[in-house]
Design a protein around this ligand. Structure first.
Ligand code: ADP
Ligand code: ZN
Length: 359
């Protein structure tokens, strides 16, 4: 088992990573918390496979568990479902010492975290992320939210969990497209902070997709550690945390103009990382190998990298992103594998030139 401590003074917590954690989590929590009323939130896909296993494990440790499964999908992350979940909190008589457990991907994690953050001004919650994306990204860092018709994650706050339990076994049932999308975020961590991780991905892609436990443990723990370090230094995204947006500036623009329908988040980010690398080369910040190495990893994942989108529409979407600061675009650009800088010196002219050419 790997344990990563996320040091956020009063809001510190641990991330535990191992196989078979789903049948240990109740016991582990019971060591530090009196058994209590617990709302276990999941989606129907995950609930069918793992819901009862986890619920039973909590019950064996005297927690009074109510299991609730929402339909799967990003559009479930809405305020109506938040209201429904508050009703369940009241019906199950949760109080400020009760527990919310999020068992699922990013959708369930963000929504359950939002409920935990707001019900009675905040009650404890545990994350059990089951998708690779949630395990390496959304379950760490305390961003919780629901979507609004005006945009994704527009209603939310920062709220840290009590602990995160990552069971690598859950990846055995994750659809391969989701596995690939999560893997892109791992590539991202390699590029922004860890050349050794990047080299490991190049060497071990086969083992990772065969779900070799040691390989999974390494990539998940390393990713969590990198994100934890960044979040520790900049919990509320004032500066450093922005490096986690590598590939996301253009990635978000691509997701927005295709209405979040055509690409999984990770697929759009992969394209965004390649464009960001092209921009960095154009500005003389780095050389072509940085691009080529990422391209080769991304191609091996079977992702298509041509969007057929017009540069004009991508650039327009870039300027309406909520992360734009006083009308200036900020890009996270690689200087080498393992290091990035943040730049607001990317001109529209460069953008047109890069986006008008195929990758
Ligand atoms: P993400 O984690 O990518 O932010 P979701 O929460 O929507 O997004 O999860 C992606 C999809 O994968 C959903 O359909 C979800 O039900 C499914 N899923 C997540 N984890 C697992 C798992 N371990 N086994 C099977 N399906 C899973
Ligand atoms: Zn992302």
């Amino acid at each position: 088992m790997k344990k990563i401590h996320v040091n956020l003074s009063a809001n510190s917590y641990n991330i535990y990573i191992d196989k078979d954690l789903l049948v240990k989590v109740g016991e582990m929590i019971a060591k530090g918390k009196e058994p209590c009323k617990t709302l276990l939130i999941t989606d129907e896909n995950i609930g069918k496979i793992y819901g009862e296993i986890v619920a039973e494990n909590f019950r064996q440790n005297n927690f009074d568990v109510k299991l609730l499964a929402l339909p799967p999908g990003e559009d479930q992350k809405n305020i109506e479902n938040a209201l429904l979940l508050y009703d369940h909190c009241f019906a199950h008589k949760l109080d400020r010492k009760s527990l919310i457990v999020a068992l699922g991907g990013g959708v369930i994690g963000d929504l359950s975290g939002f409920i935990a953050a707001t019900f009675m001004r905040g009650i404890p919650y545990i994350q059990i992320p089951t998708s690779l994306l949630a395990q390496v990204d959304s379950s760490i860092g305390g961003k919780v939210a629901v979507n609004h018709p005006k945009g994704k994650n527009m209603i939310g706050c920062f709220y840290q969990p009590t602990a995160v339990f990552i069971d690598t076994n859950t990846l055995s049932t994750l659809p391969s497209k989701e596995m690939v999308a999560g893997f892109v975020e791992v590539i991202k961590y390699g590029v922004i902070r860890d050349a050794e991780l990047f080299a490991f991905l190049e060497k071990s892609m086969y083992d990772i997709f065969q779900l070799n436990h040691e390989a999974l443990l390494k990539i998940i723990a390393t990713s969590c550690q990198i994100k934890a370090n960044v979040v520790e230094q900049d919990e509320k995204e004032k500066d450093l945390r922005a490096i986690l947006n590598y590939g996301h500036t253009i990635g978000h623009a691509i997701e927005t103009i295709t209405n979040y329908k055509k690409y999984r988040h990770g697929e759009a980010v992969a394209i965004g990382m390649l464009y960001a690398s092209k921009i960095a080369i154009e500005l003389g910040l780095t050389d072509n190998t940085v691009f080529e190495r990422q391209l080769s990893l991304i191609k091996n994942l079977g992702l298509s990298i041509q969007t057929g989108l017009k540069s004009e529409s991508i650039i327009k979407a870039l300027y309406t992103d909520k992360k734009t600061i006083s009308g200036r675009l900020r890009f996270v650009l690689p200087t080498k594998i393992g290091e990035v800088i943040i730049s607001d010196k990317v001109s529209d002219e460069i953008l047109y030139r890069i986006l008008d050419n195929p990758l």
